[in-house]
Design a protein around this ligand. Structure first.
Ligand code: PLP
Length: 386
């Protein structure tokens, strides 16, 4: 696990504290509007709200403190934080696309992102989903009106890893914009912008916040593209991050390198245990991927989210194993300090899952910070047949 020391410094310190009055954490600037000394000065500021404090639906100093950190971590020019990961997803899709455009989603994609894509059909924006991760397969899905390639890598179900460098090069040649949902890796473990990807998107509700106590999202890209998103969707959809939630996110990022190192190594220990267990058909973790060279080139480490397949993939058995776990909380989401377990199996959705190449006996774990021994012991007991 090699986290760049430069990134640790960005997470822990390196804030611009000039306006903080000596405070070591950013002041929570809980205001809706900002006052100006003269009407002329206000009119001047209104000409470029993305660079002035006018109204907190645009820019707010507490939110900017965390945006500066995330932009630096992703090695991008500009970051905007949103009130949720989905607000960031809608901000990008609706900010960059127009009626008549086509999007290609590559790899298993977050459910609500695909639901939004279907919703956008009524505005004349169409899409395809490609699960074959070769550049050739993606190229085949490209049409003359394809404007955006949307990646999730690693994915959050079977955790497959894409060759972003090759995808970015192919898209550049064709003049197509690329965006990645980089939530699994966080900016510490994968830096898509340095590989030629145009837009990096995060839900900060997962590892960035890290304590299951906020909903937040972020987008990092060039200043020019960010300005487009700022005026076309960010300011108009109004899906902003509140100053208080930005403050919590800022605090969470300070411990991100330490948390992530622990999540990653404990998850690998648990994944290795499961790989040797007779009740488990397969473990989906990037460490065991069938494209190790791509994994090596893209990820500088692993986070704590992975999945495994039960040999007995009946709903009854999936339910038995999940209910048998005592150290894992049953619930959606991931990336917090508590270990979580969930399965996409609903008993009635086998066909839909198979269409997305998701095995029905899949159980997904988010490894928290309880310690690997405790979690292995718990899984060992829950997996043992009655
Ligand atoms: C959770 C999640 C989102 C949505 O983020 P919210 O903050 O819940 O809106 C988007 N992408 C991925 C991969 C996620 O796991």
């Amino acid at each position: 696990m090699a986290i760049d020391p430069a990134d640790i410094a960005i997470c822990v310190s390196e804030d611009d504290t000039s306006d903080w009055g000596g405070s070591t954490s950013p002041p929570i600037v809980q205001t809706s509007l900002f006052a100006y000394p003269t009407f002329g000065a206000l009119l001047e500021a209104l000409k470029s709200e993305h660079t002035h404090h006018v109204y907190s639906r645009g820019q707010n100093p507490t939110v900017e403190a965390v945006e500066r950190k995330l932009a630096k971590l992703e090695r991008g020019d500009a970051c905007k934080c949103f009130g949720s990961g989905m607000a960031a997803v809608s901000g990008v899709l609706m900010g960059l696309l127009e009626q008549g455009d086509h999007v290609v989603f590559v790899n298993q994609t977050y459910g609500p992102t695909m639901q939004l894509a279907r919703h956008l059909e009524r505005f004349g924006i169409t899409h395809d989903l490609v699960l074959d991760l070769t550049v050739e397969a993606v190229e085949q899905a490209i049409r003359t009106n394809t404007k955006l390639l949307w990646f999730e890598s690693p994915g959050t179900m079977t955790v497959r890893v894409l060759d972003l460098e090759a995808m970015a090069a192919m898209a550049r040649n064709r003049g197509i914009t690329t965006c990645i949902d980089n939530t699994w890796a966080t900016p510490l473990l994968q830096k898509p912008l340095t590989m030629g990807i145009d837009v990096a998107l995060h839900t900060a509700s997962k590892y960035l916040g890290g304590h299951s106590d906020i909903i937040a999202g972020a987008v990092v890209t060039t200043a020019e593209r960010m300005e487009q998103i700022f005026y076309q969707t960010f300011m108009l959809h109004g899906g902003i991050l509140s100053p208080f939630d930005a403050w919590i996110l800022h605090r969470g990022i300070k411990t991100l390198p330490t948390r992530l190192a622990q999540h990653g190594s404990d998850a690998l220990t648990v994944a290795e245990f499961l790989r040797g267990h007779s009740a488990v058909a397969r473990v989906h973790h990037p460490a065991f991927a069938d494209n190790p060279d791509i994994v090596q080139r893209h990820l500088s480490g692993y986070s704590g989210l992975f999945s495994f397949e039960l040999r007995d993939n009946s709903l009854a058995n999936v339910t038995r194993v999940i209910n048998g776990l005592q150290r894992f909380t049953i619930g959606v989401s991931w990336g917090g300090v508590e270990s979580l377990v969930i399965s996409p199996h609903r008993g009635t959705n086998a066909e839909a899952l198979l269409r997305q190449n998701i095995p029905i006996g899949l159980v997904r774990l988010s490894i928290g910070l309880e310690g690997a021994d405790l979690l292995v012991e718990d899984l060992d007991r829950a997996l043992a047949s009655e």
